[in-house]
Write a protein that binds this ligand. Structure first.
Ligand SMILES: *Cc1c(COP(=O)(O)O)cnc(C)c1O
Ligand SMILES: [Zn+2]
Length: 445
């Protein structure tokens, strides 16, 4: 019903219930391919009714926003093999301030960061860890779950690994992860190894390490992750009554998520639940934009870059592993790529926060991507956009604190005066009612 298929040209097909992280024939990327025929035997109406019923079911598997779609995610997995921590089922919010300033029809924010470990990575890890543990249960050699991470991947892997009792090994770039992120794998008792290199260096090492028997690769090179992440497309569609938006924007680094969204929206269309796919927009930052550069050259090839420091630390990636997947996703959905400056990112984050959203810097990069689309003349007054928020703002508090305290997370970044004017540090006052009352009067005057 589902198997692994090489997407790098050799078309090899392999059992999905074996630890396999690249094509054994040509070394290329493998993806999970689903047998559509049995799924297409159900009418779109039946699927909608089944999904609606699960939303009010008492079963923890039905309540998971990933496993509510289990027939489309991993049909061969038994219910008792599923490792869930209540992932998914996140809000889809309207963003009126941006809708107004863009002059667009509708702008919505899919809050994937409202999750156990605070990022969309939980959606992929529930599938990957369920599968790793199921393979082990079925006799495969699985000694440890291993990942390289800019922070969020390790937090999610450590939580699901701890839940099911599998050892977790995390390779992090030393000094490049916020303490709010580092504390997550540390608390979950993962083995955290801080390497003296950047994320791309960690990624190289982890791929070598995972050639050893028993080492289960948990980065999004492993396509099992993408099967969980594609449920974001299902939720967005369901939350909009299966009316597809014109654009879906997603902050993009290693490029697994943009590919997952394309595969989710394509499946919905193939099953007759929607009539088309949205145009996907991969949103990058100028400090780390190899996909944007490739896009400007017609998506022919990838030239790796050395990623520079950015507020959006989770997408500080210069040599994205899933580039071939992103190439396909953008071609299939008539997609676009944006790249924004740190100043635009920061200004957009400050603006969104001032409207009560408290977005993470990556989400700000994608929100700023809507303005880039507008500048390209892509938006009309009825255009509908959904921006995927990938993490919770609280995980990236140091960046926000630095701004409001009058500095910048990035040394030497110059902040324009109109942006600096939005700094809002706490004010010290005497614990005296008269003084406080007169200060409040002055503030509200
Ligand atoms: C992982 C991550 C991304 C990038 O996703 P890719 O699949 O690597 O493109 C973006 N934002 C956040 C917060 C992340 O954790
Ligand atoms: Zn191959």
């Amino acid at each position: 019903m589902a198997h692994l298929r090489c997407i790098s040209g050799c078309d090899g097909v392999h059992d999905v219930f074996q630890p396999l992280f690249s094509c054994p024939t040509c070394g290329g990327l493998v993806d999970v391919a689903h047998d559509l025929a049995p799924l297409q035997q159900h009418a779109a109406e039946d699927w909608r009714a089944r999904i609606a019923a699960r939303a009010i079911s008492p079963s923890p598997i039905d309540q998971s926003g990933v496993w509510a779609f289990r027939e489309w995610v991993m049909p061969g997995l038994r219910d008792d093999e599923i490792v869930t921590l209540g992932e998914g089922r996140t809000p889809l919010l309207d963003v009126p301030h941006l809708q107004k300033s863009l002059g667009a029809g509708r702008v919505q924010l899919k809050q994937c960061g409202q999750s156990l470990t605070g990022s969309f990575k939980d959606l992929g890890m529930t599938v990957l860890v369920s599968m790793a543990s199921a393979m082990k249960g079925r006799g495969a050699d699985v000694r440890a779950l291993v990942c390289a991470s800019t922070g969020d991947t390790s937090a999610a892997l450590a939580a699901y690994g701890a839940r099911v009792g599998l050892p977790v090994i995390v390779l992090l770039p030393a000094g490049k992860i916020s303490s709010a992120q580092l504390v997550q794998p540390v608390s979950a008792q993962a083995h955290v190894l801080a390497l003296d290199g950047d994320f791309d260096a960690c990624m190289k090492v982890v791929q070598e390490v995972c050639r050893l028997p028993g080492m289960f690769l948990a980065n999004s090179k492993n396509p099992l992750r993408l099967e969980g992440q594609k449920t974001v497309a299902f939720e967005i569609a369901a939350q909009r009554g299966f009316a597809v938006p014109d654009f879906v924007l997603v902050p993009s680094g290693n490029l697994g998520n943009v590919a997952a969204l394309a595969s989710g929206f394509s499946l919905l269309r193939d099953l007759g639940l929607t009539d088309r796919v949205p145009r996907l927009v991969a949103c990058q930052v100028d400090a780390a934009n190899p996909l944007f550069r490739s896009y400007e050259n017609g998506l022919q090839a990838l030239e790796a870059v050395t990623a520079q420091p950015t507020h959006a630390s989770a997408i500080r990636i210069g040599d994205p592993v899933s580039y071939p997947r992103a190439q396909r996703a953008l071609r299939e959905t008539d997609g676009l790529v944006t790249s924004v400056s740190e100043t635009d990112l920061l200004a957009t984050m400050v603006e969104a926060d001032a409207h009560g959203l408290f977005v993470c810097p990556h989400t700000a990069a994608a929100l700023a991507g809507t303005k880039a689309l507008s500048d390209l003349g892509q938006l009309q007054k009825d255009t509908e956009l959904v921006v995927v928020s990938t993490a919770h703002g609280l995980k990236f508090s140091p960046q926000k604190t630095a701004f409001h305290d009058g500095g910048s997370e990035l040394d030497g970044m110059d902040i324009p005066p109109e942006l600096a004017a939005r700094r809002n540090p706490p004010e010290a006052l005497a614990a005296d009612t008269a003084i406080v009352r007169s200060r409040i009067e002055a503030l509200l005057a």
